[in-house]
Design a protein around this ligand. Structure first.
Ligand SMILES: C[S@@+](CC[C@H](N)C(=O)[O-])C[C@H]1O[C@@H](n2cnc3c(N)ncnc32)[C@H](O)[C@@H]1O
Length: 250
């Protein structure tokens, strides 16, 4: 799409506000982001975790927002990149950004809870910055593992509370309440109203919790390139019993 700088700026303003600070031919979409040059500055800290050459690979970007990571995957030569988000305003930004950059990404209006309807597994699934926005985070992880991860999953989550990870007893007596008082016990903090002025935040785990949630959903953590970023692959069926997804009898 050949637009002048002024035309791009006008469109960027009309499509705003932006969460991703993208460089669209010199026009920055969110230059005053509270996290700085986001997510470029963050990506620079863990971009080595994925292959530089993604030729022939397929990528699914869940909660793609304005498409920063989708565009980066395409720049690395991925054969097929699908970005999904349940927010149509963000998808309009993503489609505009891809057009300006001349990159072919398929953006679809879809919730993470509907990934089964894609009917396809992807070599790389990006699930970045979404888990804490979900009312049903474990269901989302279970669905992603069951239906769309064909290789690895790059995962990121806002973490709060203890960053310590120590061995936790696999079981305790009913009358023993002490494990729960440990700061490093896996804890998922529920946000009833808002956090960081954002009413779309529902849960924020501590580090032990996010790692346990990934394992419990059947993921093996293969690397941990940044504090809150994990590279995972599928490792057998999800652990645990009871009313798990997919349902299985005793
Ligand atoms: C904090 S942003 C993260 C964007 C991007 N993945 C990143 O890491 O920079 C969260 C994104 O998840 C999207 N989102 C929230 N709930 C979703 C859901 N149920 N299904 C799909 N996307 C969702 C939001 O619309 C938003 O674009």
């Amino acid at each position: 799409m050949a637009l002048s700088t002024d035309e791009i700026r006008t469109q960027v303003t009309a499509l705003g506000p932006w969460f991703h600070n993208l460089d669209l031919n010199g026009v920055m979409t969110a230059p005053d982001h509270f996290l700085g040059d986001y997510p470029r500055a963050k990506w620079n800290r863990f971009c080595h975790a994925l292959p530089q050459d993604l030729c022939g690979r397929s990528v699914l970007d869940i909660g793609c927002n304005a498409g920063f990571y989708s565009l980066e995957m395409k720049r690395r030569g991925a054969a097929r990149v699908v970005g999904i988000d349940f927010d149509k305003a963000y998808l309009r930004q993503a489609r505009f950004a891809a057009a300006i950059c001349g990159l072919d990404v398929e953006f679809r209006n879809m919730s993470v809870y509907d990934v089964a309807s894609l009917g396809e597994r992807f070599d790389i699934v990006l699930f970045m910055g979404v888990l804490y926005h979900l009312r049903h985070p474990l269901l989302a992880l279970d669905l992603i593992r069951e239906h769309v991860v064909g290789g690895s999953m790059l995962f990121q989550c806002m973490l709060r509370g203890s960053m310590q990870v120590e061995p936790i007893p696999a079981d305790a007596d009913f009358f023993d309440r002490r494990p729960f008082d440990r700061a490093d016990y896996p804890k998922l903090h529920f946000i009833e109203h808002r956090y960081a002025h954002d009413p779309t935040n529902w849960w924020t785990p501590n580090r032990a919790c996010v790692e346990a949630m990934l394992r419990s959903s059947g993921f093996e953590i293969t690397s941990h390139p940044e504090d809150d970023v994990y590279l995972c692959r599928c490792a057998g069926a999800p652990a645990g019993e009871g009313a798990v997804y997919p349902a299985r009898g005793r």
